[in-house]
Design a binder for this molecule. Sequence first.
Ligand SMILES: NC(=O)c1ccc[n+]([C@@H]2O[C@H](COP(=O)([O-])OP(=O)(O)OC[C@H]3O[C@@H](n4cnc5c(N)ncnc54)[C@H](OP(=O)(O)O)[C@@H]3O)[C@@H](O)[C@H]2O)c1
Length: 332
Amino acid sequence: MTTRQEIVEPHAAAACWRALTLLAEAVRGHGAPIRRCSLLIGDAPAVCLDSLTPPAGDGWRISLCLDGESASNGPPAGAGESRYRLDDLIVLRRLTDSTLPSDAAALLEIYLPYCMAPVHARRVRRSFTVSHFAQSLDGRIATDLGDSRWIGCTENLVHAHRMRALCDGILIGARTLRTDHPALTVRHAEGSDPIRIVVGGGVDVDIDCLARAGPGRILLIGEGKEPASPQVERLALPTENGRIGTTAILRELYRRDILSVYIEGGAATTSAFLAENNIDVLQLHISPLIIGPGISSFQKPAIRSVAESVRFDSHVYRSVGDGMLFVGRAAS
Ligand SMILES: NC(=O)c1ccc[n+]([C@@H]2O[C@H](COP(=O)([O-])OP(=O)(O)OC[C@H]3O[C@@H](n4cnc5c(N)ncnc54)[C@H](OP(=O)(O)O)[C@@H]3O)[C@@H](O)[C@H]2O)c1
């Protein structure tokens, strides 16, 4: 006789990823605060938000308590149900044993927290941000000439595309667009493309490479002439000394229902968000290579003592391919 688990086990990781994308969509569409949720990981994944009854069907049932909600407040765990708890926005703890295969459990651990980004965005009334870089051991994201392909490994590329699929928007600075001509679409994971957002660039920005790469919406934030493509919307926001405040950017994106943004650099753009305390989660993929002179991950005014450094309230290191992923929440 074939058991339930034998039916779904070979597809556990794929089913888990589908359940996660479903969860991200459900949380996004759920206006009210969420205290707990349940997932069914199987051939027909399902999600229940704030319901005491877990979804029924074949597969693994996962219950999640959110920050501040005690795991013992809910009903007792049912047969085959595993309990997790999201302690802050990046640490997912397993509270009960799980029979979920380890590759699927790893996907939950890494990506489930980002499905909750809309909850956080609604609390602070601005888009939730996750920034990502692939950097060398000596802290470079590109050579002196701007070459950055590829500092990260294939597994890092898959990770970045999964993050794109979970976020409503992906944002880069104008110089990264000029140098890299990226597509900013989701190609190495299953999921839909985020809205592509470029900051700066004036009249000089070539948005066509993005328009050619995919039919989705593109937002160009900054002054300049109206773009020709109907896909592209230009959004002018107030500037100070030529710079647009990153809080104004995130409030405007939130107003447009873009609740989570994946910031993919470059250094000047990410540093502007960091300086205004507008990076919620920082992801740094550290690759085993040394570049020497090049573009540093962060541009910051000099500090006099180490005590003035940017610190992190919580952080984890994960092994990704031949590199390491640092994930941290900067202290405010
Ligand atoms: N390894 C990685 O993970 C990674 C990721 C991304 C990029 N990169 C590399 O990073 C390099 C580019 O980084 P970068 O630091 O030189 O440039 P960047 O951050 O990509 O772009 C900076 C430009 O974006 C515009 N901009 C950004 N924030 C703005 C704000 N708040 N207000 C107004 N304009 C704003 C400005 O454009 P204007 O001055 O033109 O208006 C600014 O000069 C490239 O070589 C790329 O390959 C590496």
